[in-house]
Design a protein around this ligand. Structure first.
Ligand SMILES: *Cc1c(COP(=O)(O)O)cnc(C)c1O
Length: 405
């Protein structure tokens, strides 16, 4: 197979602004004029390519950003949304009707989990949550009503890795759509090249990378994206989680440095993960040989971008985790905050924050322990210094005494 080069594909796009500017012009309009009434009618019918209608449908700025994201993911096209959840929920509602069934990984983003667990049952759409790394369990959960197989390439917060190729074979066998959330591993993993039908992202994280906005995208076939945008029954069009043009333009500009940032996030995370593990801390990072899916990740990845910027350590208890996080923030090693992909390191205890939608019992079952700290490693220029300072914090709160004996 020819090597897939996502960053080249983004970079090779060329567009100019209205007056020859090096950035595309921002479309600062909610509505668009038509020279003829007939064209307006055709546009409503979906038969007038290249005509804009109304900015909830789409706008030139959103199309530029969507095009860059589709190039990155190797799909025919893409539709941007006002948030990651604003991308994910319409996809599931477009693919499923009352009576349908979804098989989903149980270690997914808390909001997605809550949507499938608490919201879609109101519409008579049921979900079975499975350990996505166990293919026989996944297959056994599929029934005659199943329409969607849902997972994250690298899961939140446990960093489990989905075997996208094997899952796509299952999806084909049972005529399901495989939907993959690739938020944790942009550029590193290209799910469409491994057989995913639809790829979603929260742009809020690495892709935008400056923690100044929320945003989302759905990457897929022209046919599916058209169906999402259909004025009569398209979930994206009708639920209305549209991105503003000004924001689309600023995210597009940030995307141009994504490849450089991902390499640095990965380099820094790999360095810290190696050190933490050598220090005897329970460390989870897909780049470590000790990670159960290390080889699988390796077999799927676009190598130059590394194993990503996310890692977890387990410091034994929530009290210790909180103490350590507060101290690290005081020493300016990062921020005690949810989210990821910022230039600063961000850390949080998922059990009481981003995954608090998941009941304590279920958390225990999936291995989400109290002392777990999730790190999104920043772009630190001097990661050795960062490590030394983090280690000093760990010593100060007495982590080594407890976890090492
Ligand atoms: C943050 C996140 C989302 C939700 O995105 P928002 O932009 O916050 O709506 C979905 N999936 C994953 C993996 C995430 O990290």
């Amino acid at each position: 197979m020819k090597k897939f080069k996502p960053a080249n594909r983004i970079q090779d796009l060329q567009y100019f602004g209205e007056f020859g500017g090096v950035n595309p012009s921002i479309s600062d309009s909610s509505t668009y004029t038509f020279l003829s009434a007939k064209t307006m009618f055709d546009t409503f019918e979906g038969n007038a390519d290249g005509c804009y209608l109304y900015s909830r449908h789409t706008s030139p700025s959103n199309l530029y950003l969507g095009e860059a994201l589709a190039e990155m993911e190797g799909t025919e096209t893409a539709n941007v949304a006002g948030s990651g959840m604003g991308a994910i929920t319409p996809v599931l509602l477009q693919l499923c009707s009352a009576g349908d069934h979804i098989v989903s990984s149980r270690t997914i983003y808390g909001g997605t989990y809550a949507f499938l667990k608490n919201f879609t049952p109101k519409l008579n759409i049921e979900t079975t949550f499975v350990d996505i790394t166990k293919l026989d369990t996944v297959e056994a959960a599929i029934n005659e009503n199943t329409k969607v197989l849902y997972c994250e390439s690298v899961s939140n917060p446990l960093l489990e890795v989905a075997d996208i190729k094997a899952l796509s074979e299952l999806a084909k066998k049972y005529n399901l759509k495989l939907v993959v959330d690739n938020t944790f591993s942009p550029l590193s993993i290209t799910p469409s090249q491994l057989g995913a039908d639809i790829v979603v992202h929260s742009l809020t994280k690495f892709i935008n990378g400056s923690s100044d906005t929320v945003g989302g995208v759905v990457c897929g076939t022209q046919e599916f994206i058209d169906s999402l945008r259909n004025v009569n029954d398209g979930a994206s069009m009708l639920l209305g989680s549209t991105m503003d043009s000004l924001r689309a333009s600023s995210i597009l500009k940030n995307m141009r440095t994504l490849h450089i940032r991902m390499k640095q996030h990965s380099k820094n995370a790999a360095f810290l993960a190696g050190k933490f593990e050598a220090d005897g801390l329970k460390t989870v990072y897909p780049g470590l040989k000790s990670h159960p899916s290390h080889e699988l990740f390796k077999s799927m990845m676009n190598e130059e971008y590394g194993f990503g910027g996310m890692l977890t350590i387990d410091v034994g208890s929530l009290e210790k985790a909180n103490e350590l996080m507060e101290l690290m923030q005081n020493k300016n090693l990062g921020y005690l905050a949810v989210s990821l992909g910022f230039y600063k390191t961000l850390f949080s205890a998922p059990g009481t924050s981003t995954s608090s939608e998941i009941s304590e019992e279920e958390q225990k079952e999936m291995g989400l322990t109290d002392g777990l700290i999730r790190f999104s490693i920043g772009l630190d220029n001097d990661i050795e210094r960062t490590y030394e300072m983090m280690k000093a914090c760990m010593e100060e709160v007495g982590i080594f005494k407890e976890t090492l004996v």
